[in-house]
Design a protein around this ligand. Structure first.
Ligand code: RIB
Length: 301
């Protein structure tokens, strides 16, 4: 199965801080690094490092050559990646000593995907392929509709979550990959109980597989009557940035390899734990071999 990812690509400016900056406050960072990132790029890198055949579609700007090089080095196919005459997407990302992050995204060229471009890419794909998209590029509803019309399976990582997502053609999605905050908004129920969020999502989207990551409590899955849960693996947290993207890539790559859902949840949990133990977004994503080696010593919580 080929996976077409209509994904964002960002230059991440990562500031190490003692605490997240507060309203009215000016703080000094202790370190600053520039990494390749963007939920789309990270997920393509994770898919490729996990051995999937992934095609990345999207747009970089004239300053985005490092993003192209990073994707190429991971093994993702770049036949459909555009370069536009404008700045790439970028982020201002704060990371605290315990590895937590908060992110401001400036969309740049990620917000310039035209319907003509989307159609021209989708013309190369059809039944038997999967289309993955996050909510960090423009025209997501159009991408979902057209991919589904061409017979592709649709996977949607509803991140970052916005109120407008509720007006998307959500009933066309085959795989939802969401964290608890995104799941709460999508489900429309203002509760913290994961089981209720999962049950409500399943009720709203009965044809879809729901993958609900719930932070240190792991992940819950439901599709039809199939229900699974998996815990996280213990690591020393360095930087949580990109952990969700790693999970998403390894989960879908495992399915594309024909593995079972419980095995896919395990592989994704192992890979995302490794990502949490390393700095950066896409730099922290392990290879399939690293994930397998970690599986021999890792302890599930
Ligand atoms: O999910 C992590 C990513 O979110 C970062 O790489 C940043 O670019 C934002 O898109």
């Amino acid at each position: 199965m080929r996976i077409l990812n209509f994904g964002s690509l960002n230059i991440d400016k990562v500031y190490s801080v003692d605490h997240f900056v507060r309203a009215g406050e000016t703080i000094l960072c202790t370190d600053m690094n520039i990494f390749c990132g963007g939920k789309g790029l990270n997920q393509s890198v994770a898919l490729a490092r996990a051995g999937a055949e992934v095609y990345h579609a999207g747009a970089i700007g004239t300053d985005g050559e490092m993003l192209r090089e990073q994707l190429a080095a991971s093994g993702a196919h770049l036949d459909y990646l555009q370069t536009l005459d404008m700045p790439s997407g970028h982020t201002a990302l704060q990371v605290t000593p315990d590895g937590q992050n908060c992110i401001i995204v400036c969309a740049g060229s990620n917000a310039r995907l035209t319907e003509d471009y989307i159609d021209s890419v989708l013309a190369h794909f059809g039944a038997g392929d999967m289309m993955l998209v996050q909510n960090e590029v423009n025209n997501v509803p159009y991408i979902i509709r057209q991919a589904k019309a061409r017979g592709l399976k649709v996977a949607f990582n509803a991140s970052p979550i916005t109120a407008s997502i509720l007006s998307y053609p959500l009933e066309l999605v085959d795989y939802y990959l969401v964290n608890e905050t995104e799941g709460r908004t999508l489900s429309g129920c203002d509760v913290t109980d994961y089981e209720t969020i999962l049950a409500t999502l399943h009720e709203k989207f009965p044809a879809a597989a729901i993958v609900l990551t719930v932070g240190s409590d792991g992940v819950l899955y439901q599709c039809g009557d199939e229900r699974y849960a998996h815990g996280i693996y213990r690591v020393q947290a360095v930087d949580t940035t990109g952990a969700g993207d790693t999970f998403c890539g390894f989960f879908l790559a495992s399915l594309a390899k024909g593995l079972s859902v419980p095995q896919a949840l395990e592989n994704a949990s192992l890979a995302s734990a490794l990502a949490v133990s390393r700095a950066g977004a896409c730099d922290s994503i392990p290879t399939w071999a690293e994930m397998e080696a970690f599986a021999k010593t890792a302890q599930a919580k």
